[in-house]
Design a protein around this ligand. Structure first.
Ligand SMILES: [Zn+2]
Length: 320
């Protein structure tokens, strides 16, 4: 019997430190469903359509596109696929909001980032370097024109049983995984990776959330699901999900304790927390991500009432 799903590796070009993304083609009675879509690159589009043909389908037989989250390596091809074949795209409402925000503010996104980090006292020179690095991404910030809201527990029928949406926020505020109960598989998106920690950051465009808290809750939620395998979007298949979840959970708890100890010694700025807690980083784009990571820990500690902050002329100081 043919397996219900097929992994499809799509190239990411030089737009990402990751080499490729795995999207999943799911067979239905009359065509296919896709979980995620790859970056909006011609090479990515070609690889995807060629593989579909190899598997015996035409691109117009894609009946549904399910997005695990808004990141451009997952949602990028949604727009051209939707424009060409009117494919319905499903995404959680929190991530739909982010894509709609990008659509409205793509042109001024780097100024928005600058304003956000300014309040934390990040030096102008560092901000200019970050802005320059973010500039090329502005043109990629175009989501699909129509998005349907993906609900927790929503089911989609395949040729062999249903898959079911499981809300797993943290990596993004609307991250969703898909459980295939029949084979005890979770299509996990970027919820969990075999070798690296998924990035959990507080970004200017998601500043109302508590991403680390969300992520910890998602780890606990998936730990209790009846699954044997997680099929992630990047890297190797995770064959012992419970063990990997326990490792990641432990790492995060240790990091929370580390940052708290640092702040017990005296007040620090975000930059100081970033340098001491996550190591110095010279390349501006990595530094941007480390700052958002530091902010996710700070938000968590603040909401747990473990730390407080004080606004100074030079930026915000945090203390335990
Ligand atoms: Zn991602």
């Amino acid at each position: 019997m043919v397996q219900m799903w097929t992994p499809v590796k799509l190239p990411l070009g030089n737009q990402s430190y990751l080499q490729d993304i795995t999207v999943y083609l799911l067979r239905t009675e009359t065509g296919v469903m896709l979980i995620d879509s790859g970056l909006n690159l011609p090479s990515s589009y070609e690889t995807l359509t060629n593989l579909l043909v190899q598997e015996g389908y035409l691109p117009e037989q894609i009946e549904t596109l399910l997005l695990t989250h808004y990141h451009l390596d997952h949602s990028g091809l949604a727009l051209p696929l939707q424009e060409k074949f009117s494919i319905p795209v499903h995404i959680h409402k929190n991530d739909r909001e982010v894509l709609e925000f990008f659509k409205k503010h793509a042109g001024s996104y780097t100024d928005y980032v600058e304003k956000f980090f300014n309040t934390f006292g990040i030096p102008e020179q560092t901000l200019m370097r970050i802005k320059r690095e973010l500039e090329p991404f502005k043109k990629l910030l175009v989501g699909p024109s129509e998005m349907q809201v993906l609900e927790e527990g929503q089911k989609f029928e395949t040729v062999s049983g249903n898959i079911e949406a499981v809300f797993t926020p943290g990596h993004t505020p609307g991250h969703v995984s898909f459980m295939y109960t029949k084979d005890r598989i979770l299509f996990g998106g970027d919820f969990l990776l075999a070798k690296e920690l998924p990035h959990v950051g507080l970004f200017p465009h998601t500043q109302q959330y508590n991403p680390l808290k969300d992520y910890i809750n998602s780890l606990q939620k998936v730990r209790d699901l009846q699954i044997d395998v997680i099929l992630p979007s990047h890297g190797a298949v995770i064959r012992e999900p419970q063990r990997r979840i326990a490792d990641v959970y432990g790492f995060i708890q240790n990091k929370i304790a580390d940052i708290y100890r640092l702040l017990k010694k005296g007040p620090l700025t975000v930059m100081q927390i970033c340098d001491r807690g996550f190591g110095p980083e010279r390349d501006a784009l990595s530094y941007f991500f480390l700052l958002t990571l530091s902010l996710a820990y700070i938000r968590y500690l603040k909401e747990e009432k473990m730390i407080t902050s004080r606004r100074k002329k030079t930026g915000i100081l945090f203390m335990a």
